[in-house]
Design a protein around this ligand. Structure first.
Ligand SMILES: [Zn+2]
Length: 465
Protein backbone atom coordinates (compact mmCIF):
# COMPACT_ATOMS: atom_id res chain seq x y z
CA UNK A 1 0.00 0.00 0.00
CA UNK A 2 0.98 3.63 -0.46
CA UNK A 3 0.67 6.10 2.41
CA UNK A 4 -1.41 9.19 1.59
CA UNK A 5 -1.29 12.70 3.03
CA UNK A 6 -3.60 15.65 2.43
CA UNK A 7 -2.54 18.99 0.96
CA UNK A 8 -1.39 20.17 4.41
CA UNK A 9 0.73 17.01 4.84
CA UNK A 10 -1.64 15.58 7.44
CA UNK A 11 -2.21 11.80 7.39
CA UNK A 12 -5.20 10.49 5.45
CA UNK A 13 -4.64 6.74 5.21
CA UNK A 14 -3.54 4.30 2.52
CA UNK A 15 -4.26 3.71 -1.12
CA UNK A 16 -3.28 0.95 -3.52
CA UNK A 17 -0.20 1.23 -5.73
CA UNK A 18 -2.41 1.16 -8.82
CA UNK A 19 -4.62 4.02 -7.65
CA UNK A 20 -1.59 6.03 -6.52
CA UNK A 21 -0.10 5.69 -9.99
CA UNK A 22 -3.36 6.87 -11.60
CA UNK A 23 -3.61 9.84 -9.23
CA UNK A 24 -0.06 10.84 -10.06
CA UNK A 25 -0.68 10.51 -13.79
CA UNK A 26 -3.75 12.72 -13.42
CA UNK A 27 -1.56 15.27 -11.56
CA UNK A 28 -3.84 15.00 -8.53
CA UNK A 29 -1.02 13.65 -6.36
CA UNK A 30 2.69 14.27 -5.92
CA UNK A 31 5.28 12.06 -4.32
CA UNK A 32 6.52 13.05 -0.87
CA UNK A 33 8.83 10.18 0.05
CA UNK A 34 10.03 7.08 -1.75
CA UNK A 35 10.82 4.87 1.27
CA UNK A 36 8.23 4.36 2.74
CA UNK A 37 6.25 5.49 -0.31
CA UNK A 38 4.18 8.53 0.67
CA UNK A 39 2.09 10.64 -1.72
CA UNK A 40 0.34 13.97 -1.18
CA UNK A 41 -3.21 14.25 -2.51
CA UNK A 42 -3.32 17.89 -3.62
CA UNK A 43 -7.12 18.23 -3.66
CA UNK A 44 -7.87 16.65 -0.27
CA UNK A 45 -8.10 18.12 3.20
CA UNK A 46 -8.11 15.81 6.25
CA UNK A 47 -10.38 18.28 8.10
CA UNK A 48 -13.21 17.50 5.64
CA UNK A 49 -13.40 13.93 6.94
CA UNK A 50 -14.56 13.03 10.40
CA UNK A 51 -14.29 9.23 10.05
CA UNK A 52 -10.68 8.74 8.95
CA UNK A 53 -9.44 5.24 9.79
CA UNK A 54 -7.10 4.76 12.75
CA UNK A 55 -4.27 2.26 12.86
CA UNK A 56 -2.42 0.07 15.33
CA UNK A 57 1.32 -0.52 15.14
CA UNK A 58 2.59 -3.94 16.23
CA UNK A 59 6.23 -4.40 17.11
CA UNK A 60 8.25 -7.57 17.59
CA UNK A 61 11.72 -6.51 18.76
CA UNK A 62 14.77 -8.65 18.14
CA UNK A 63 18.51 -8.21 18.52
CA UNK A 64 19.22 -8.54 14.78
CA UNK A 65 15.86 -7.89 13.13
CA UNK A 66 12.73 -6.11 14.31
CA UNK A 67 9.37 -6.68 12.65
CA UNK A 68 6.72 -3.97 12.43
CA UNK A 69 3.16 -4.39 11.16
CA UNK A 70 0.51 -1.72 10.76
CA UNK A 71 -3.09 -2.90 10.88
CA UNK A 72 -6.36 -1.03 10.52
CA UNK A 73 -8.36 -0.90 13.77
CA UNK A 74 -11.75 -0.99 12.05
CA UNK A 75 -11.26 -3.59 9.32
CA UNK A 76 -8.44 -5.86 10.61
CA UNK A 77 -6.53 -5.36 7.39
CA UNK A 78 -2.72 -5.46 7.30
CA UNK A 79 -1.71 -2.22 5.61
CA UNK A 80 2.06 -2.13 5.91
CA UNK A 81 4.95 -4.40 6.90
CA UNK A 82 8.44 -3.28 7.84
CA UNK A 83 11.58 -5.13 8.78
CA UNK A 84 14.42 -3.23 10.46
CA UNK A 85 17.91 -4.67 10.35
CA UNK A 86 19.96 -3.42 13.30
CA UNK A 87 23.69 -2.80 13.44
CA UNK A 88 24.41 -3.75 17.06
CA UNK A 89 27.10 -6.22 16.07
CA UNK A 90 28.83 -3.69 13.82
CA UNK A 91 28.83 -1.08 16.60
CA UNK A 92 30.35 -3.61 19.01
CA UNK A 93 33.11 -4.37 16.48
CA UNK A 94 33.86 -0.67 15.93
CA UNK A 95 34.05 0.03 19.66
CA UNK A 96 36.28 -2.98 20.21
CA UNK A 97 38.61 -1.77 17.46
CA UNK A 98 38.76 1.71 19.02
CA UNK A 99 39.32 0.21 22.45
CA UNK A 100 42.19 -1.96 21.29
CA UNK A 101 43.90 0.84 19.35
CA UNK A 102 43.67 3.15 22.38
CA UNK A 103 45.00 0.45 24.66
CA UNK A 104 47.79 -0.20 22.21
CA UNK A 105 48.80 3.49 22.26
CA UNK A 106 48.61 3.72 26.04
CA UNK A 107 50.77 0.62 26.40
CA UNK A 108 53.34 2.14 24.06
CA UNK A 109 53.07 5.32 26.12
CA UNK A 110 52.04 7.36 23.09
CA UNK A 111 48.63 8.51 24.28
CA UNK A 112 46.88 11.02 22.11
CA UNK A 113 44.51 12.25 24.77
CA UNK A 114 44.10 12.22 28.54
CA UNK A 115 42.14 9.31 29.96
CA UNK A 116 38.66 10.49 30.76
CA UNK A 117 37.97 8.48 33.90
CA UNK A 118 40.25 8.45 36.86
CA UNK A 119 39.10 5.15 38.33
CA UNK A 120 41.14 1.95 38.47
CA UNK A 121 40.23 0.74 35.00
CA UNK A 122 40.96 3.56 32.57
CA UNK A 123 39.36 1.80 29.62
CA UNK A 124 36.01 1.33 31.28
CA UNK A 125 33.34 3.98 31.62
CA UNK A 126 31.78 3.95 35.10
CA UNK A 127 28.42 2.26 34.58
CA UNK A 128 25.25 4.18 35.31
CA UNK A 129 21.99 2.66 36.51
CA UNK A 130 19.64 2.04 33.57
CA UNK A 131 22.34 2.93 31.06
CA UNK A 132 22.51 0.67 28.02
CA UNK A 133 25.70 -0.04 26.04
CA UNK A 134 25.80 1.79 22.67
CA UNK A 135 25.25 -1.35 20.57
CA UNK A 136 22.09 -2.26 22.50
CA UNK A 137 20.89 1.32 22.71
CA UNK A 138 21.05 1.63 18.92
CA UNK A 139 18.39 -1.11 18.63
CA UNK A 140 15.98 0.80 20.87
CA UNK A 141 16.69 4.07 19.06
CA UNK A 142 16.04 2.46 15.66
CA UNK A 143 12.65 1.15 16.80
CA UNK A 144 11.44 4.26 18.65
CA UNK A 145 12.60 6.66 15.94
CA UNK A 146 10.90 4.58 13.24
CA UNK A 147 7.64 4.67 15.21
CA UNK A 148 7.92 8.45 15.60
CA UNK A 149 8.65 8.87 11.89
CA UNK A 150 5.69 6.69 10.86
CA UNK A 151 3.35 8.67 13.11
CA UNK A 152 4.05 11.74 10.97
CA UNK A 153 2.54 9.97 7.94
CA UNK A 154 0.01 7.53 9.39
CA UNK A 155 -2.76 8.06 11.92
CA UNK A 156 -1.43 5.51 14.42
CA UNK A 157 -3.35 5.63 17.67
CA UNK A 158 -2.55 2.31 19.28
CA UNK A 159 0.51 0.18 19.87
CA UNK A 160 1.21 -3.47 20.65
CA UNK A 161 4.67 -4.41 21.85
CA UNK A 162 6.27 -7.72 22.76
CA UNK A 163 7.67 -6.52 26.06
CA UNK A 164 8.74 -9.83 27.64
CA UNK A 165 9.73 -13.30 26.56
CA UNK A 166 7.15 -15.01 28.75
CA UNK A 167 4.22 -13.79 30.81
CA UNK A 168 5.08 -14.13 34.49
CA UNK A 169 1.39 -13.99 35.46
CA UNK A 170 0.96 -17.35 33.76
CA UNK A 171 4.15 -18.56 35.38
CA UNK A 172 3.64 -16.91 38.75
CA UNK A 173 3.65 -19.96 41.00
CA UNK A 174 5.92 -22.55 39.46
CA UNK A 175 6.13 -24.57 42.66
CA UNK A 176 2.50 -25.67 42.71
CA UNK A 177 2.82 -29.40 42.22
CA UNK A 178 0.77 -30.72 39.38
CA UNK A 179 0.11 -27.40 37.68
CA UNK A 180 -0.13 -28.44 34.06
CA UNK A 181 1.30 -26.69 31.03
CA UNK A 182 0.03 -28.80 28.17
CA UNK A 183 1.91 -28.55 24.89
CA UNK A 184 -0.02 -26.52 22.33
CA UNK A 185 -1.89 -24.39 24.89
CA UNK A 186 -1.07 -20.74 25.53
CA UNK A 187 0.51 -21.54 28.91
CA UNK A 188 2.50 -24.32 27.21
CA UNK A 189 3.95 -21.74 24.81
CA UNK A 190 4.72 -19.43 27.73
CA UNK A 191 6.48 -22.32 29.49
CA UNK A 192 8.67 -22.98 26.44
CA UNK A 193 9.74 -19.34 26.34
CA UNK A 194 10.34 -19.46 30.09
CA UNK A 195 12.50 -22.56 29.70
CA UNK A 196 14.56 -20.99 26.91
CA UNK A 197 15.23 -17.93 29.03
CA UNK A 198 15.65 -19.67 32.39
CA UNK A 199 18.02 -22.30 30.98
CA UNK A 200 19.75 -19.67 28.82
CA UNK A 201 19.18 -21.35 25.43
CA UNK A 202 21.52 -24.17 26.52
CA UNK A 203 21.05 -27.92 26.75
CA UNK A 204 21.22 -28.72 30.45
CA UNK A 205 22.70 -32.20 29.93
CA UNK A 206 25.61 -31.47 27.60
CA UNK A 207 25.86 -27.65 27.50
CA UNK A 208 25.97 -27.79 23.70
CA UNK A 209 28.76 -30.39 23.53
CA UNK A 210 26.67 -32.75 21.40
CA UNK A 211 26.63 -30.17 18.59
CA UNK A 212 22.85 -30.54 18.28
CA UNK A 213 21.16 -27.15 18.29
CA UNK A 214 17.54 -28.27 18.30
CA UNK A 215 16.31 -27.52 21.82
CA UNK A 216 13.34 -29.32 23.34
CA UNK A 217 11.10 -29.21 26.40
CA UNK A 218 12.42 -32.08 28.50
CA UNK A 219 10.48 -33.93 31.22
CA UNK A 220 13.07 -34.74 33.90
CA UNK A 221 10.94 -37.61 35.21
CA UNK A 222 9.46 -38.98 31.96
CA UNK A 223 5.72 -38.86 31.52
CA UNK A 224 5.69 -42.65 31.08
CA UNK A 225 7.08 -42.91 34.63
CA UNK A 226 4.48 -40.62 36.16
CA UNK A 227 6.21 -37.27 35.54
CA UNK A 228 3.98 -34.23 35.14
CA UNK A 229 3.95 -31.27 32.74
CA UNK A 230 4.67 -28.88 35.64
CA UNK A 231 7.51 -26.37 35.68
CA UNK A 232 9.31 -28.29 38.39
CA UNK A 233 9.60 -31.30 36.14
CA UNK A 234 10.63 -29.29 33.08
CA UNK A 235 14.11 -28.77 31.72
CA UNK A 236 15.71 -27.84 28.42
CA UNK A 237 17.71 -30.34 26.42
CA UNK A 238 18.94 -30.80 22.90
CA UNK A 239 17.12 -33.43 20.90
CA UNK A 240 20.02 -35.92 20.92
CA UNK A 241 20.34 -35.77 24.74
CA UNK A 242 16.56 -36.10 25.03
CA UNK A 243 16.60 -39.15 22.76
CA UNK A 244 19.45 -40.84 24.60
CA UNK A 245 17.98 -40.18 28.02
CA UNK A 246 14.81 -41.88 26.81
CA UNK A 247 12.59 -43.12 29.62
CA UNK A 248 15.26 -42.81 32.34
CA UNK A 249 15.22 -40.37 35.25
CA UNK A 250 18.32 -38.12 35.57
CA UNK A 251 19.64 -40.32 38.41
CA UNK A 252 19.23 -43.49 36.39
CA UNK A 253 20.87 -41.94 33.35
CA UNK A 254 23.82 -40.82 35.48
CA UNK A 255 24.26 -44.40 36.76
CA UNK A 256 23.91 -45.76 33.21
CA UNK A 257 26.54 -43.34 31.83
CA UNK A 258 28.97 -44.21 34.65
CA UNK A 259 28.62 -47.95 34.07
CA UNK A 260 28.91 -47.92 30.29
CA UNK A 261 32.29 -48.23 28.61
CA UNK A 262 32.99 -46.04 25.58
CA UNK A 263 35.18 -47.05 22.71
CA UNK A 264 35.48 -43.79 20.75
CA UNK A 265 37.13 -40.91 22.58
CA UNK A 266 34.54 -38.45 21.24
CA UNK A 267 31.72 -40.42 22.87
CA UNK A 268 33.75 -40.60 26.06
CA UNK A 269 34.20 -36.82 26.17
CA UNK A 270 30.50 -36.26 25.62
CA UNK A 271 29.61 -38.80 28.30
CA UNK A 272 31.98 -37.13 30.76
CA UNK A 273 30.40 -33.74 30.07
CA UNK A 274 26.96 -35.23 30.58
CA UNK A 275 28.02 -36.89 33.85
CA UNK A 276 29.43 -33.58 35.11
CA UNK A 277 26.24 -31.72 34.19
CA UNK A 278 23.94 -34.39 35.66
CA UNK A 279 25.86 -34.29 38.92
CA UNK A 280 25.43 -30.51 39.02
CA UNK A 281 21.70 -30.76 38.35
CA UNK A 282 21.12 -33.51 40.93
CA UNK A 283 23.25 -32.05 43.72
CA UNK A 284 22.63 -28.31 43.57
CA UNK A 285 20.37 -27.76 40.54
CA UNK A 286 22.93 -25.70 38.63
CA UNK A 287 21.71 -23.81 35.54
CA UNK A 288 24.18 -24.03 32.67
CA UNK A 289 24.72 -21.38 30.00
CA UNK A 290 25.50 -17.68 29.77
CA UNK A 291 22.98 -15.13 31.06
CA UNK A 292 24.69 -12.12 29.45
CA UNK A 293 22.43 -11.92 26.41
CA UNK A 294 19.06 -12.19 28.15
CA UNK A 295 19.99 -9.58 30.76
CA UNK A 296 20.59 -6.98 28.05
CA UNK A 297 17.51 -7.82 26.00
CA UNK A 298 15.28 -7.50 29.06
CA UNK A 299 16.57 -4.05 29.97
CA UNK A 300 16.37 -3.00 26.29
CA UNK A 301 12.73 -4.08 26.07
CA UNK A 302 11.97 -2.16 29.26
CA UNK A 303 13.53 1.02 27.89
CA UNK A 304 11.63 0.72 24.56
CA UNK A 305 8.41 0.05 26.46
CA UNK A 306 8.94 3.22 28.47
CA UNK A 307 9.53 5.30 25.32
CA UNK A 308 6.43 3.85 23.64
CA UNK A 309 4.38 4.72 26.74
CA UNK A 310 5.60 8.29 26.41
CA UNK A 311 4.47 8.37 22.76
CA UNK A 312 1.12 6.59 22.93
CA UNK A 313 0.09 6.91 26.59
CA UNK A 314 -1.11 3.33 26.46
CA UNK A 315 0.68 0.27 25.09
CA UNK A 316 -0.59 -3.27 24.83
CA UNK A 317 2.31 -5.25 26.29
CA UNK A 318 2.47 -8.87 25.31
CA UNK A 319 4.82 -11.82 25.64
CA UNK A 320 6.89 -13.92 23.23
CA UNK A 321 4.92 -17.03 24.23
CA UNK A 322 1.66 -15.39 23.15
CA UNK A 323 3.22 -14.20 19.87
CA UNK A 324 4.24 -17.74 19.00
CA UNK A 325 0.89 -19.18 20.09
CA UNK A 326 -1.02 -16.58 18.02
CA UNK A 327 1.11 -17.19 14.96
CA UNK A 328 1.01 -20.98 15.05
CA UNK A 329 -2.42 -21.70 16.51
CA UNK A 330 -4.67 -18.78 15.49
CA UNK A 331 -3.17 -17.13 12.41
CA UNK A 332 -1.45 -20.35 11.20
CA UNK A 333 1.33 -18.43 9.46
CA UNK A 334 5.01 -19.25 8.78
CA UNK A 335 7.82 -17.63 10.73
CA UNK A 336 9.14 -14.29 9.51
CA UNK A 337 9.87 -11.07 11.37
CA UNK A 338 7.02 -9.01 9.96
CA UNK A 339 4.61 -11.93 10.48
CA UNK A 340 5.73 -12.32 14.09
CA UNK A 341 4.98 -8.62 14.53
CA UNK A 342 1.45 -9.26 13.28
CA UNK A 343 0.98 -11.95 15.95
CA UNK A 344 2.04 -9.68 18.84
CA UNK A 345 -0.70 -9.00 21.38
CA UNK A 346 -4.35 -9.83 20.75
CA UNK A 347 -5.34 -11.00 17.27
CA UNK A 348 -8.82 -11.41 15.75
CA UNK A 349 -10.14 -14.99 15.72
CA UNK A 350 -10.80 -14.90 11.97
CA UNK A 351 -7.28 -13.62 11.22
CA UNK A 352 -6.09 -10.61 9.23
CA UNK A 353 -6.63 -9.69 5.59
CA UNK A 354 -3.36 -9.01 3.80
CA UNK A 355 -3.44 -5.77 1.80
CA UNK A 356 0.32 -5.31 1.46
CA UNK A 357 0.53 -7.22 -1.86
CA UNK A 358 3.47 -9.01 -0.28
CA UNK A 359 5.68 -5.94 -0.08
CA UNK A 360 7.83 -5.54 3.02
CA UNK A 361 9.89 -2.41 3.53
CA UNK A 362 13.37 -3.47 4.53
CA UNK A 363 15.27 -0.83 6.51
CA UNK A 364 18.95 -1.42 7.20
CA UNK A 365 20.57 0.76 9.85
CA UNK A 366 23.71 2.05 8.13
CA UNK A 367 25.00 4.75 10.45
CA UNK A 368 25.62 8.35 9.46
CA UNK A 369 29.34 8.31 8.81
CA UNK A 370 32.25 8.59 11.18
CA UNK A 371 32.97 11.30 13.70
CA UNK A 372 36.66 10.46 13.65
CA UNK A 373 38.86 13.10 12.05
CA UNK A 374 41.99 10.95 12.03
CA UNK A 375 42.11 7.69 10.09
CA UNK A 376 43.73 4.77 11.86
CA UNK A 377 45.54 1.94 10.10
CA UNK A 378 45.60 -1.68 11.25
CA UNK A 379 48.44 -1.05 13.73
CA UNK A 380 46.51 1.70 15.49
CA UNK A 381 48.68 4.45 13.94
CA UNK A 382 46.95 7.60 12.76
CA UNK A 383 48.04 7.88 9.12
CA UNK A 384 45.69 10.65 7.95
CA UNK A 385 45.58 13.38 10.56
CA UNK A 386 42.78 15.60 9.41
CA UNK A 387 40.12 14.28 7.07
CA UNK A 388 37.52 16.63 5.60
CA UNK A 389 34.84 17.62 8.07
CA UNK A 390 32.21 18.03 5.36
CA UNK A 391 29.86 15.18 4.60
CA UNK A 392 28.18 16.70 1.56
CA UNK A 393 29.89 17.31 -1.75
CA UNK A 394 28.20 18.70 -4.88
CA UNK A 395 24.84 18.55 -3.08
CA UNK A 396 25.13 14.84 -2.39
CA UNK A 397 25.78 12.89 0.77
CA UNK A 398 26.56 9.23 1.26
CA UNK A 399 23.24 7.50 1.88
CA UNK A 400 21.09 9.70 -0.37
CA UNK A 401 18.69 7.74 -2.57
CA UNK A 402 19.32 8.94 -6.13
CA UNK A 403 18.26 8.21 -9.68
CA UNK A 404 20.98 8.42 -12.28
CA UNK A 405 20.86 8.25 -16.06
CA UNK A 406 24.11 7.13 -17.63
CA UNK A 407 24.09 7.92 -21.38
CA UNK A 408 27.09 5.86 -22.46
CA UNK A 409 29.89 3.57 -21.36
CA UNK A 410 29.93 0.33 -19.42
CA UNK A 411 26.92 1.16 -17.23
CA UNK A 412 24.56 2.68 -19.83
CA UNK A 413 21.04 2.94 -18.43
CA UNK A 414 18.96 4.34 -15.56
CA UNK A 415 19.65 3.28 -11.98
CA UNK A 416 17.99 3.96 -8.63
CA UNK A 417 19.90 3.38 -5.46
CA UNK A 418 21.96 4.53 -2.53
CA UNK A 419 24.90 6.75 -3.39
CA UNK A 420 28.37 6.56 -1.84
CA UNK A 421 30.10 9.83 -2.52
CA UNK A 422 33.71 10.77 -3.22
CA UNK A 423 35.26 14.19 -2.88
CA UNK A 424 36.28 14.09 -6.54
CA UNK A 425 32.64 14.18 -7.65
CA UNK A 426 32.57 10.72 -9.18
CA UNK A 427 30.39 8.42 -7.10
CA UNK A 428 29.32 4.81 -6.62
CA UNK A 429 25.71 3.64 -6.50
CA UNK A 430 24.35 0.51 -4.90
CA UNK A 431 21.10 -0.17 -6.75
CA UNK A 432 17.98 -1.69 -5.19
CA UNK A 433 18.90 -5.02 -6.80
CA UNK A 434 22.28 -4.95 -5.06
CA UNK A 435 24.27 -4.08 -8.20
CA UNK A 436 27.23 -1.73 -7.77
CA UNK A 437 27.60 1.05 -10.36
CA UNK A 438 30.98 2.74 -9.97
CA UNK A 439 32.48 6.04 -11.02
CA UNK A 440 29.37 7.95 -12.16
CA UNK A 441 29.51 11.73 -12.64
CA UNK A 442 27.48 14.23 -10.64
CA UNK A 443 25.78 15.86 -13.64
CA UNK A 444 23.35 13.01 -14.27
CA UNK A 445 21.95 12.58 -10.72
CA UNK A 446 18.57 13.46 -9.29
CA UNK A 447 18.15 13.12 -5.52
CA UNK A 448 14.99 11.22 -4.57
CA UNK A 449 15.40 11.17 -0.81
CA UNK A 450 18.01 12.53 1.55
CA UNK A 451 20.09 10.24 3.76
CA UNK A 452 18.59 9.45 7.17
CA UNK A 453 20.91 6.73 8.44
CA UNK A 454 19.05 3.84 6.79
CA UNK A 455 19.37 1.88 3.61
CA UNK A 456 15.98 1.06 2.09
CA UNK A 457 14.61 -1.65 -0.10
CA UNK A 458 11.42 -3.61 -0.66
CA UNK A 459 11.28 -7.34 -0.65
CA UNK A 460 8.46 -9.74 -1.31
CA UNK A 461 7.41 -11.57 1.83
CA UNK A 462 3.82 -12.54 1.26
CA UNK A 463 1.80 -13.15 4.41
CA UNK A 464 0.10 -16.53 4.48
CA UNK A 465 2.20 -18.24 1.81
ZN1 LIG B 1 22.51 -31.96 24.91
Amino acid sequence: MVITLDKHKKPLGFTTEKRARKLMEAKRAVICRYFPTVIILMDRDARDYDDLPTYRIKIDPGSVHTGIAIVCNETNRVMYSIRIEHRAEEITKLLQARNSSRRNRRNRETPYRRSKWKNGNRNKRPSKEGCLPPSIKSIGDNIVNTVKKLRRFINITECSFEAVRFDSRLMDDPDIEGKQYQQGTLSGYELREYLLEHFRHTCQYCGGASGDNVLEWEHMIPKSRGGTDSVRNASLSCSSCNREKGAMTPGEWLGHLRNTGFSASKDKQLAETRIRHLEGILLNSTVYGSSRYSAWTNSLRKSIEKDLFDIFGEVECSSGGRTKYNREKILKLPKDHHIDALAVGSVPEEGYTDCTNGYVLHMTAMGRGTRLRGLINDCGMIHVKWTDRRKRFNGLQTGDIVRVRIPNGKYTGTYTGRVMIRKSGSHDIRTLDGELVTGTKRSVYSVLQHADGYGYNYYIGKIGV
